[in-house]
Write a protein that binds this ligand. Structure first.
Ligand code: NAD
Ligand code: SAH
Length: 417
């Protein structure tokens, strides 16, 4: 019997449309779908997957199912689940547990149900929620688990912390750290989709404004680069002197948040840290300042302080909450401080998620192949997978690269020439 818990199965038609659209732009997943259909690498495997449940993720789930996996699918953020996409997946015969706008209670109930029904062999996680549950409340599920994958930076940081303390109970692959993931997804994916989310939500001009980007890691570099392209005056805040120097050399202003808070029109946090924007910053911001976050969790823009200093709170437009300060200034928060690109948009473009999810699918296959022989550690994505994904992506784009001649190979590998 198929089990599921979603908003409404009747929403499926637009969900199918969305999945069809991304499928036409995800050539690597097209290739893997065909290959998996033939070779059935996941036959007999149950996979629990928690990734933002929108169309690209749905297509990844279908590709894994085509390879023989029994899929138990849930979201990874209460505001990024798209109910029509969830319904389409249910119609396609997958088990889905996810709701847009879920309360914390419902969100974790969905995650728990996917684990309860799935009793998974493999866990595919984005941010570490499933992994955390099986290490705490559902330790009874541990013996079944061969291993898993983690999609994002913050999730990998947490896995490494578990590994360091010796309390990681199965092997995990750090998909985020593959070149074909963070170089493209975190940088160009976040760079584009953050501005897509902000622009469609606010419908305001970016050119000529001061944009403050907190964090100049892979995501921050993309967000700053695209803000510059839109004509903004870009300010970067950092805690790492090398990254701060890099931002300066890339042509951005670098200062601390207290200084930046006074001049910023639009703020984007992408640090993975908490309380990056807090009370002392709200006190000096300009009237009309717009705040958003694209890092893991709604803790980077610290909402308790914003709520504490506000004398009035009102919804100004869908996904925009206005907070009035005692002196009459208004500060606006997008998407409740959750990932603005996913909670107020559709996330990264299909062609980008094509690479990230090809790495996911091939890493899951790698776990099946290695079985229990992988140690309970955080493992890198094998280099062959990373290179294969880049090679195939180029091929699907019709791009030929150079190949070394024998003479060149010798030249590059010898000390004598
Ligand atoms: P990263 O480690 O490359 O970069 C984070 C940067 O933030 C670092 O340079 C760090 O020095 C800096 N930083 C930390 N605390 C800071 C603070 N208080 N003030 C200013 N700078 C600070 O990580 P990344 O890959 O860029 O990911 C950043 C976050 O975004 C993570 O939480 C990750 O999970 C998330 N992420 C989101 C998306 C998305 O679609 N929105 C995509 C990928 C990653
Ligand atoms: N549960 C966390 C997850 C962090 S999200 C949270 O909600 O805060 C960051 C990850 O989302 C990135 O690593 C990226 O690969 C993924 N992502 C971005 N766009 C996406 C999309 N369109 N579909 C699925 N995942 C996406």
């Amino acid at each position: 019997m198929q089990s599921y818990d979603i908003k409404d199965i009747k929403l499926a038609p637009t969900g199918h449309q969305k999945i069809e659209w991304v499928k036409a732009h995800m050539m690597l997943l097209n290739h893997l779908e065909e290959d998996f259909q033939k070779n059935q690498p996941f036959k007999g495997m149950r996979i629990a997957l928690s990734i933002h449940l929108e169309a690209k993720t749905a297509y990844l789930c279908k590709v894994l199912a085509a390879g023989g996996a029994d899929m138990y699918v849930t979201g990874s953020n209460p505001l990024s689940t798209q109910d029509d996409v969830a319904a389409a997946l249910v119609e396609d015969g997958l088990k889905v547990y996810a709701h847009y706008g879920a309360s914390d209670e419902q969100y974790f109930a969905d995650l728990n149900q996917s684990l309860e029904d799935g009793r998974p062999h493999i866990i595919i996680d984005d941010g570490g929620d499933l992994v955390n549950i099986v290490h705490t409340e559902r330790r009874d599920l541990l013996p079944n688990i061969l291993g898993g994958n983690e999609e994002t930076t913050t999730g990998v940081i947490r896995l490494r912390a578990r590994e360091k303390e010796g309390i990681l109970e199965f092997p995990m692959i750090d998909v985020n750290d593959a070149y074909c993931k963070h170089l493209f997804d975190n940088r160009y994916g976040t760079g584009q989709s953050v501005w897509d989310g902000i622009n469609r939500t606010t419908n305001l001009i970016v050119a000529g404004k001061y944009v403050v980007v907190a964090g100049y890691g892979w995501c921050g570099k993309g967000v700053a680069m695209r803000a510059k392209g839109l004509g903004a005056k870009v300010v970067v805040t950092e805690i790492d002197p090398i990254k701060a120097m890099e931002a300066k050399m890339d042509g951005f202003e670098v200062m601390n948040m207290l200084e930046a808070a006074r001049i910023g029109d639009i703020f984007v946090t992408v640090t993975g840290c908490n309380k990056v924007i807090r009370k002392e910053h709200y006190e000096v911001m300009k009237d009309g300042a717009i705040l958003s976050n694209a890092g893991h969790f709604d803790v980077e823009v610290w909402k308790p302080d914003l709520e504490a200093v506000a004398v009035e709170v009102k919804e100004s437009r869908k996904n925009i909450m206005g907070y009035k300060m005692a002196d009459g200034r208004w500060i606006y928060l997008l998407a409740g401080g959750r990932l603005v690109n996913l909670a107020a948009g559709d996330g990264h473009p299909a062609e980008i998620m094509d690479m990230s999810f090809a790495i996911q699918a091939l890493s899951a296959k790698y776990i099946v192949e290695k079985g229990k022989t992988l140690g309970n550690k955080v493992h890198h994505v094998p280099e062959e997978i990373d290179r294969f994904v880049a090679w195939l992506k180029l091929k699907t784009m019709g791009i030929e690269i150079e190949h070394l001649t024998q003479e060149q190979e010798k030249y590059l590998s010898s000390w004598g020439e």
